[in-house]
Design a protein around this ligand. Structure first.
Ligand code: HEM
Length: 396
């Protein structure tokens, strides 16, 4: 009896270690293309069925603690909900205005940053960083803070960044950067966040104004960091996956940019795993879930569920030609917490993919590694070559 209990503990430890090594492979193996909800050997309660995923994320029955990953901070969930909604809406408005104002500059930016050769996935993140520079941090913010934002991108946002810097140097840097962000948050609060302007100048103004005067400045700074990860990180990685897949499947390069982007987000959803905590004991697709469980919705598996997708593991942009009513596709989440930036993100990605595949001949050479797995699912390293079609009409 004692021995079997010990064996169970060892198995659990081994499974937890295997999960830590490669969570995607571990979960895909347990899933086996058939399961909707199961208790994983790693200890989590896993969800790969679209209906169960909607139940968890939509939380219509109030069976889960109400939250979203975006507003999670080290000291708890930023709130109240009304402030979360205001902040999401204001950020979307700011990004929309910026994208409209700078849309005509995209072809130049693609030529300047991606041609003739670029190293990915960093190239995608840095291109988004440059295109959105002024709304990430307005030009008149302190130079030191601009430097800190560049440092955060280099040390925490780019794929593999965490492995390139020691834990101690990251900790020291984080303290300094957070200190600068908190100081700027307090300064903007005392002068009014949008001094001299009717609209927020940048995403820090959005967070400061939406949070109100009594919010913890540390939490406001973390909400700002979520914006940095969502824009430079998530949009950059989604661009990277779209370029990688279009380039490694040349026959699809003439497909609609919107199909390419959707299909890339289906196969490789950048936000691939959501954690939720049940607020009470209840049945989730015949599995009992309770407040001690960590429920993980794995979008990577939802998006490849064989009961919902034909050729689930293949890149088939054309599947999006028929307007889909696809309950197994939720790259921007589902329910009240679904992404505030989804529509602006899609239009930017589609514009970029249109330029890259229509104006340029694209060829991609993988560098040999696999996807980068962290809180976001980032593409593997690869090199992209872009040659302008007008200059080389005979290529391809
Ligand atoms: C490819 C890019 C992006 C992806 C894949 C993405 C994905 C997501 C997902 C899956 C959620 C739901 C999280 C959850 O339920 O726990 C979410 C929430 C959110 N996203 Fe995005 N996002 C992206 C870009 C953006 C951008 C550019 C913004 C800036 C406006 C943004 C703002 C937000 C906000 C404010 C929320 C929280 C919504 C709420 O709780 O009410 N996201 N995002």
């Amino acid at each position: 009896m004692a021995r079997s209990a010990e064996g169970g503990t060892t198995r659990r430890h081994r499974s937890a270690a295997a999960y830590r090594r490669d969570p995607l492979e571990f979960l895909a193996e347990e899933f086996g293309g058939t399961r909707d909800v199961w208790r994983s050997a790693s200890g989590r309660l896993c969800v790969a069925g679209p209906q169960a995923a909607r139940e968890v994320l939509g939380n219509r029955q109030g069976a889960f603690v109400e939250t979203s990953d975006f507003f999670h901070t080290r000291t708890g969930v930023f709130g109240p909900r009304a402030a979360q909604i205001d902040i999401g809406r204001a950020a979307r408005g700011l990004l929309r205005r910026q994208l409209d104002a700078r849309r005509a500059d995209l072809p130049r930016l693609v030529g300047a940053r991606l041609a003739p050769v670029s190293s990915w996935p960093d190239a995608g993140n840095l291109l988004i960083r440059e295109h959105l520079r002024d709304v990430l941090l307005c030009p008149d913010a302190p130079a030191e803070l601009h430097g800190a934002v560049d440092g955060i991108v280099a040390r925490a946002v780019l794929a593999g960044a965490r492995e390139r810097h020691s834990a101690l140097s990251r900790l020291r840097f984080r303290r300094r950067a957070m200190g600068l962000l908190v100081r700027e948050t307090e300064a903007r609060r005392s002068t009014g966040p949008c001094a001299g302007a009717d609209e927020p100048r940048d995403l820090l103004d959005v967070a400061v104004a939406g949070a109100g005067p009594s919010a913890d400045p540390g939490q406001v700074a973390e909400v700002y960091l979520s914006f940095l990860f969502a824009t430079v990180g998530s949009i950059g990685f989604a661009l990277g996956w779209s370029v990688y897949l279009a380039g490694t499947h040349p026959a699809t390069a003439d497909d609609e940019p919107a199909w390419i982007v959707r299909e890339a987000l289906r196969l490789w959803p950048v936000a691939w795993l959501f954690a939720r905590t049940p607020s009470r004991v209840h049945e989730l697709a015949d599995v009992t879930a309770g407040p001690r469980d960590e429920v993980n919705v794995c979008l990577y598996l939802v998006h490849r569920h064989p009961r919902h997708w034909e050729r689930p593991d293949e890149f088939v942009p054309h599947r999006w030609a028929a307007p889909p009513h696809e309950p197994a596709f939720m790259p921007f989440g589902f329910g009240t917490h679904s992404c505030a930036g989804a529509t602006v993100t899609m239009s930017l990605l589609e514009d970029l993919i249109r330029i890259i595949t229509r104006d340029w001949h694209l060829s991609v050479t993988p560098s040999g590694g696999g996807p980068h797995l962290g809180p976001a699912l980032a593409p593997p390293r690869f090199t992209a070559e872009l040659h302008h079609r007008a200059a080389a009409p005979e290529r391809r």
